[in-house]
Design a protein around this ligand. Structure first.
Ligand SMILES: Cc1ncc(COP(=O)(O)O)c(C=O)c1O
Length: 482
């Protein structure tokens, strides 16, 4: 296909040139109805593109024109049979994959490091989860991958399981053996779903591991906004499978997406696809180089380490996306949380997330060498200041999975009542709780609160970390099922 085409962008531009007298939604009529302060800061052009399903601009929910062509170009670029644009992030893509694969008590295998959107898919569709625990990389305290052997064992126990989801790459760039997993799933007539929210760039450089669709996955969800140049909340769902019921998948997309999808988001997907098609290889190589050099420099700083290819081959880590910089100052007693805070507050360097042992910096093609220089210089300064600190103890990324009592759906819709957080151990949780980022639930609705989960959450609570899920955001109380 001619990847130089930009069908949705062109359709919107053509509509804007016509400038019809406008009597539709949105109410702001191009730039006219926008607050002057906002217009002054942003300029007018972006508001002119915030349109709706006009005769020129197609309809996401029944695409047959500009959006359809834009989706076909994306499918062609990422190697899928077909692609859907998503305006509610990978969150709605994961929900759709899960609902389409398993509903009404059908089994689906979910890794315990899955993003909370997988749980939401179970709640909406009523699928029955079979959990699988990714291996733990002890040295760094990270989740490793899911191995084909684990998948094989899971299917031995649950031959009626209809699909397996994996998160690959993870936030930390950990990639599972997708080819091996696809082979196992397909032998069992099951679907392999890859939450590739962090992996859309992998398809563009030989220096990065293969992308999920390239490696044989049936469905992949990508947050185009996380690693390439589209607006926040815009994602794609790619499908390459005879096992997926396309009509049902499309019906499920209607279930989880707005009937007023943003044309800004969709156009930004069209343009990010165009950019990746035109210069993706060059851009991803540039990101790789920047990360590669920074990693080497960080590893020269006494007391600091940055994870690299040496972690491949352990704990189910098939490959590492080296554009992710997992940085640890644990050797000199600095937690990832403290490191992230110091970097921002004292050096004006903002990294994506932290866990107990590590801070994570995401490097994309849009970073400049100067950004990496600032990161390395700040880390050098921090390491010199704290050089005499005592090493931190090892820690696991998540507490063990608590006891499963009720299905997520039954628990979510069950009768709940609040109890004091101090008294929560031993009770069945009526709610999910996920520290954010990374948004991985440590307890699902319907699971019994264990001492380990309680201790883990108590630490986050005292640190005033963000918690997604609980009705009481400060977690002074927990909703339980009696
Ligand atoms: C692994 C993973 N999957 C899915 C999501 C959800 O993606 P989005 O923010 O595009 O909805 C996230 C978000 O952080 C994520 O980290």
């Amino acid at each position: 296909m001619d990847q130089d085409r930009t069908p949705l962008f062109d359709a919107i531009s053509e509509y804007d040139e016509r400038r019809p007298a406008y009597f539709r939604i949105p109410g702001h009529r191009f730039e006219n109805g926008i607050d002057p302060k906002f217009r002054e800061r942003v300029g007018d052009e972006i508001f002119k593109m915030d349109l709706t399903e006009t005769p020129l601009t197609d309809d996401l929910h029944n695409a047959s024109g500009a959006i359809k062509e834009a989706e076909e170009l994306a499918a062609d670029l990422w190697g899928a049979e077909y692609t859907h644009f998503l305006v509610n992030g990978s969150t709605c893509g994961n929900q759709t994959m899960i609902i389409t694969t398993a509903n009404h008590g059908q089994k689906v295998c979910i890794p315990r490091n899955a993003h909370k959107s997988a749980l939401m898919g179970l709640i909406i569709g009523g699928g029955k989860p079979v959990y699988i625990m990714p291996q733990i990389e002890e040295e760094w305290g990270l989740h490793g991958g899911i191995t084909p052997e684990q998948a094989e064992e899971m299917f031995r126990e649950h031959p009626d399981c209809r699909g397996l989801m994996v998160v690959s790459p993870t936030y930390y760039g950990v990639i599972s053996d997708i080819e091996g997993l696809a082979e196992v799933c397909h032998r069992h007539g099951a679907v392999l779903m890859v939450d590739e929210a962090h992996g859309a760039h992998c398809y563009f450089s030989d220096r990065l591991p293969k992308g999920g669709i390239q490696a044989g996955a049936d469905m992949c969800v990508q947050s185009i906004h996380k690693v390439t140049g589209s607006f926040t909340q815009s994602s794609m769902l790619h499908v390459n499978s005879r096992l997926v019921d396309r009509a049902f998948l499309e019906a499920n997309l209607h279930l989880v997406q707005s009937t007023s999808p943003s044309y800004l988001l969709m156009t930004s997907l069209d343009m990010a696809r165009h950019d990746m098609a035109m210069r993706g290889a060059e851009m991803v190589d540039e990101a790789f180089e920047l990360a590669h050099d920074a990693r080497a420099e960080i590893n020269m700083i006494r007391g600091l380490r940055c994870a690299g290819k040496e972690i491949e081959g352990h704990a189910g880590i098939y490959k590492l996306d080296e554009t992710r910089l997992t940085i640890s100052a644990a050797e000199i007693g600095i937690t990832g949380f403290a490191l992230k805070k110091m970097l921002f507050e004292e050096y004006n360097v903002d990294v994506e997330l932290a866990d107990y042992r590590n801070a994570l910096a995401i490097v994309t093609f849009a970073n400049r060498r100067e950004d990496l220089d600032r990161l390395v210089a700040s880390l050098t300064d921090i390491a010199a200041t704290y050089k005499d600190g005592k090493p931190l103890p090892k820690a696991s990324p998540l507490p063990p999975q608590p006891e499963y009592v009720l299905s997520p759906r039954a628990a979510y819709f069950g009768e709940t009542k609040p109890i004091w957080w101090e008294d929560a151990v031993g009770h069945i949780s009526g709610e999910m709780i996920a520290p954010y980022p990374p948004g991985i639930p440590v307890i699902y609705p319907g699971e019994r609160m264990s001492q380990e989960v309680w201790d883990y959450l108590e630490e986050v609570r005292l640190r005033k970390g963000h918690l997604h899920g609980p009705a009481d955001p400060d977690l002074n109380t927990l909703q339980i099922i009696e």
